[in-house]
Design a binder for this molecule. Sequence first.
Ligand code: AMP
Length: 621
Amino acid sequence: MAKISINLSSGELEKTPESDIIIGIDLGTTNSLVAYIHEAKAMAVAGADGKNTLVPSIVHFDESGQVIVGNEAKKYLLTDPQNTIYSVKRLMGKSYKDVSDAEQYLGYKIIDEDTDSLVKIRVRDRFYSPVELSAKILTELKTRIEATLGQAVSKAVITVPAYFNDAQRQATRDAGKLAGLDVLRIVNEPTAASLAYGIGLSPDESKKIAVYDLGGGTFDISILQIQGGIFEVLSTNGDTYLGGDDFDRAIIDFWLEKYHINKNILIDNKKISQQFRVAAEEAKKTLSLDNQYIGRIGEWSCEILKAEFENLISPLINKTLNSCKQALSDAKLTVENIDSVIMVGGSTRVPLVKKTVSEFFNQAVNDKLNPDEVVALGAAIQADILAGNNKDLLLIDITPLSLGIETMGGLMDTIIPRNTKVPAKAGRQYTTSVDGQKNLQVAVYQGERDLVSDNRKLGEFILRGIPPMPAGIPKIDIQFILDADGILTVRARELRSEIEQQIQVKSAYGISEEEMARMLLDSIQYAESDMKIRALLEARNEANNILLSADKFIEQNKTILNEEEIKETKRLTEALRQSVEGDDKDAINLAMENLNTYTTPLAHRAMDANIGAAIKGKKLG
Ligand code: AMP
């Protein structure tokens, strides 16, 4: 167990990386930003204008495939919505099924195949994963700080919401890797916010904190317990579709009603609709300071008083309090147990929000820092601690390389990511890929590369005696248990029959620090090609599954489909089969989408016909 870092230019191992700056990144739904420690103080980095530290999390692709990120990309939201991607954080680590309800909020195309595989976004004739899109935002932040510092940076701490699961955290790590960043740690946003306020920095501190985060489109409340320098998330709650944008919409509705303006104008005229949005946001921000807003939108003069605005938003704020109550109750605490309340997110600048939250928790809230920057500032502080610059803080042992198993197509599936605190325990459920499969081989690997063949094999075993079941039915739980000495126990268990098998390996055994450094260096150097291979293998796996079901589908529904439909389905299936033999993941995705689009209505019809037949066959009464 060790904390190691490498010098990217020389490839040498550095045990005391004081000289290297590690940056802190807040990769947000609406805005992202980067911060670092400058003269012992956390500072967010501004863009070329020297003022604006926020980079809108928006990516635009032009016809030639050129990418722009941030404010420049934001301009295309209205004029070129299909090619302007926003809110990609909502899609990280998610499958089509997970996001089907989010699609109505997004102006671009999510490829919806109603399957369990990870979402892709179609931009022109290319397919992008949320990881690739987030990497573009991270690259922009990396470029920004490199321009400010005049030197290259390669190490980062990135924050994620406390409720992010393993897949979402892994996706965030992958995005960092793809942007050429060695992600030393993924930190919870509320933890970072606490650190920014200096809470939890002393090892003998023991506190319970509420972090209230109201941004543009999302609301989160997290209850944390801090003890001995360790942050534990006791509970989280919130609303993924509640934020400052709703305040803006409430103002627009208020004006439409007050000035008897027909609602349809917002649907028919995008320019006016945008003008209303801009004016409403300006009104809201003005009312954070003044008692009245007077503005003009085309022919209309639009006014609103602070008291009117507060009336409009108080039901929305009350909704956030319900989440706070739930979070407290889940943490088995009451308001009296909370030692500090921290305000995060631009919308906490609204005075009524501050007042209501402060009354609810019965104490003054922490609101001195810029609420848009506090998470990034805290990430920079965490980065500084990792760099070893804050000697007072205890350093916890971490696992230096990721641990995982081999899955379909020779891909590495990481179960315990590198830099996880030890002891650690993590697991995941797998299933069989062939009908009646009796044995499952579990091969354990260590390393950062996407293909297991590029990683280091630690051991393998076979789980035997799985009762015969159709493919996909058995539930096989694989647990990784890493003890404080770096001994890894891997246990596989079929949940129905309870058969079990395990091995023990010493993960750090026989590997020199130089070798470890080389593995990390390779993972960065080959990140892009690895990602491409992974995307291709995943597309192929998915396509092969679809091909199997397409053949079955034609066979089973010969009588329901007409000749033309059978012919076209076969033609599209053949096209997919051919694309699978090639190396172009976009061609495979396109062929899958074509086949899927064509067969979905046929599948519905076949299902209806089969149900009809089943009912007919039953005797009634
Ligand atoms: P975030 O997602 O944390 O960047 O928060 C952005 C939200 O904060 C947007 O809805 C902004 O309109 C809102 N916001 C920013 N500044 C203010 C302000 N001065 N008063 C009220 N809301 C604000």
